[in-house]
Design a protein around this ligand. Structure first.
Ligand SMILES: *Cc1c(COP(=O)(O)O)cnc(C)c1O
Length: 405
């Protein structure tokens, strides 16, 4: 399929290019000593991860440990309530640990093992990526250092406990505001000092090349499964697909299965409390081109051009940029990016729970809320939503802040 001059039949051969660019976005903007480490990972990725042995081992792990393939569920009661559009969800909430993040963590940790590394390193904000990586490290018998700001350590006590139970070493970062940004800096510093023994495992389709490509490819299992399952269930492709976008990994993996199809694709960012800077994290909607965390993309900046403070009710979505491939697909128009507010998200959280018996993560509830709106606009047809994770982690917070609706 050709779309605005891009041939999607051969898209994955050309995007990213050998320097890690999706059009003008992506690349690798990091100090020289880290550049060497990235080249080592890129080289290993193209040789090891494309080998039959690696692929069949990862397939076995997905089946026996992660519980893949995750099913697609038809949302009969919600569809009936909204009219004549049929809604479906891809159940990443049923992936082991309750979200999609384990898909790329298992891939990254298996690569670390094949490369002979002893340790995996990452930063975490809300703790979800830290828990997924700690799980993968336990499975493969790797050491695991998770850098986390002291403010976040206090806020995310259950996830800190999970990481420790899984045997990870949670490294407290006290510099600056002691949140995600400082944790990223500390983790990168530790990695630069010890990259021979360890591998850095990024939590989304962000960071320098090869991470946006590698994480997308590990997450593409979601899109490949979903396309096959949906066509088997219904005899056709969905008319539209929807996923939430923070860094963009669940969306990119899901979308990659449908980019070459006549399917409308929607990526949903958090509008939070509203469109004023600081009240949302909708980087593709309101941001401009810039470089942060080692890559060029579209980002939200403050008056000095630094990454702006962001907010969302979903802690997994409050990142001031999105992966470079999203910026590319945004400019191209192949994916439509739109926003959903906190209030619409909370409504969707309760609606899906009550009508379908599925408690969604607050992040995923953004996609559900958008699909509910879209269904009313479309009038007929079908929508497939990527339910990136389950909402158990969010229940206490929602009851405290919003009460039972
Ligand atoms: C982390 C997380 C997200 C956001 O990350 P992406 O890289 O944008 O997918 C979305 N949903 C859940 C459940 C998460 O844990």
């Amino acid at each position: 399929m050709n779309f605005n001059g891009i041939d999607f039949d051969t898209y994955f051969k050309h995007y990213p290019d050998e320097k890690g660019y999706f059009g003008k976005y992506g690349g690798s903007y990091i100090p020289d000593e880290l550049q060497k480490a990235m080249e080592e990972i890129t080289e290993a990725y193209f040789t090891i991860c494309k080998s039959r042995k690696f692929i069949s081992e990862l397939r076995r792990i997905r089946r026996e440990f992660q519980g893949r393939p995750t099913p697609i569920s038809y949302l009969e009661r919600l569809s009936g309530k909204l009219g004549n559009v049929q809604l479906y969800v891809k159940r990443e909430d049923l992936n082991h640990t309750g979200a999609h993040k384990l898909n790329h963590c298992m891939g990254e940790a298996l690569l670390a093992k094949y490369m002979g590394k002893k340790k995996v390193i990452a930063e975490t904000g809300a703790g979800q990526h830290g828990v997924a990586l700690a799980t993968a490290a336990a499975y493969f018998g790797l050491e695991c250092d998770i850098y986390m700001g002291s403010v976040d350590i206090k806020k995310q006590a259950p996830n800190v406990a999970r990481m420790k139970i899984l045997g990870a070493n949670v490294v407290e970062v006290t510099d600056g505001l002691a949140t995600l940004k400082e944790a990223v800096d500390a983790a990168f510093k530790a990695y630069a000092e010890d990259y021979k023994n360890c591998i850095y495992c990024i939590g989304s389709v962000v960071g320098p090349h090869p991470f946006p490509m590698m994480v997308r490819d590990f997450q593409s299992v979601v899109g490949i499964e979903a396309r096959e399952q949906f066509t088997e269930m219904t005899g056709e492709l969905p008319d539209a697909i929807v996923a939430c976008v923070g860094g963009g990994s669940n969306a990119m993996g899901f979308f990659s299965g449908f980019l070459n199809d006549p399917v409308d694709i929607y990526g949903i960012e958090p509008l939070g409390r509203g469109p004023a800077l600081g009240d949302h994290a909708a980087s593709l909607q309101y941001g401009t081109e810039g470089i942060m965390h080692g890559f060029n993309s579209i980002m939200l900046k403050d008056a000095d051009g630094n990454p702006a403070p962001v907010y969302s009710v979903a802690s997994g979505l409050d990142y001031p940029s999105s992966g470079p491939e999203h910026a590319f697909l945004h400019d191209l128009g192949r994916v439509k990016y739109d926003v959903i507010s906190d209030d619409e998200t909370i409504d969707a959280f309760f609606t899906l729970s009550r009508l379908e018996g599925i408690i969604p993560a607050i992040e995923s509830s953004h996609a559900v809320a958008y699909a509910m709106k879209l269904a009313k606009e479309m009038g007929k047809g079908s929508i497939l939503i990527n339910l990136s994770g389950r909402g158990d982690k969010d229940m206490d917070y929602i009851i405290e802040k919003y009460g039972i609706r």
